[in-house]
Design a protein around this ligand. Sequence first.
Ligand code: FMN
Length: 191
Amino acid sequence: MVDSKLQIVHDNMHQRQSIGHLIEPAPNKAQLTQAFQAALTAPDHHRLKPTHFIQIETEQREAFGLLLADAVADLGETDPVQVERVKSHPFRAPLLVLAVTRFQDHPKVPFFEQTLSTGAAVQNFLLSLQAQGFSSIWRSGAVVESALLKRQLGLNDRDLISGIIYIGTAVKAIPSRVDVDSAEFVTTWQL
Ligand SMILES: Cc1cc2nc3c(=O)[nH]c(=O)nc-3n(C[C@H](O)[C@H](O)[C@H](O)COP(=O)(O)O)c2cc1C
């Protein structure tokens, strides 16, 4: 790889950041496919492919908000203000993608490895979207544990909704990320 390409790849990683307030445009089908392809190269022990994505498109957000409200009520939320608030969550971005770990039984691949594989897939997904000019934020919340939500999405109870990724375009210019000093997080083991 020539130096300028290397720099572009690293700048994309070093500058990755989450943006909460997202507007149109969302990625089109081809752009989204690029990001899914990137996601699905994540490390994955025995290539079980435990990661699955569910898209919630712009026109489905209202229905999805109602489902989220049912889910939090089902989880025991009794405050009507909180239940109502959840209905608006999908409108924080034009496109939502749920990242799901569909655990598979395998003698050599414990569930935690499959969860981590989804995490790696999400990171690839976010980086690909950012490289294509889009912004995103990975969210979760108690609602991801709702059995009702899982059922309505066609999932099993033991599947894990690892995140709800909100995707779109940043409203304003994104400031540069403040660099961390990696030396503070790295040690060298010696006998
Ligand atoms: C599994 C997971 C779940 C998260 N859930 C939420 C969430 O529900 N709400 C939220 O504001 N941030 C959540 N975050 C954190 C944001 O995605 C983001 O990483 C954080 O705000 C730091 O910003 P940065 O990504 O720009 O460094 C979550 C992160 C991870 C890895």
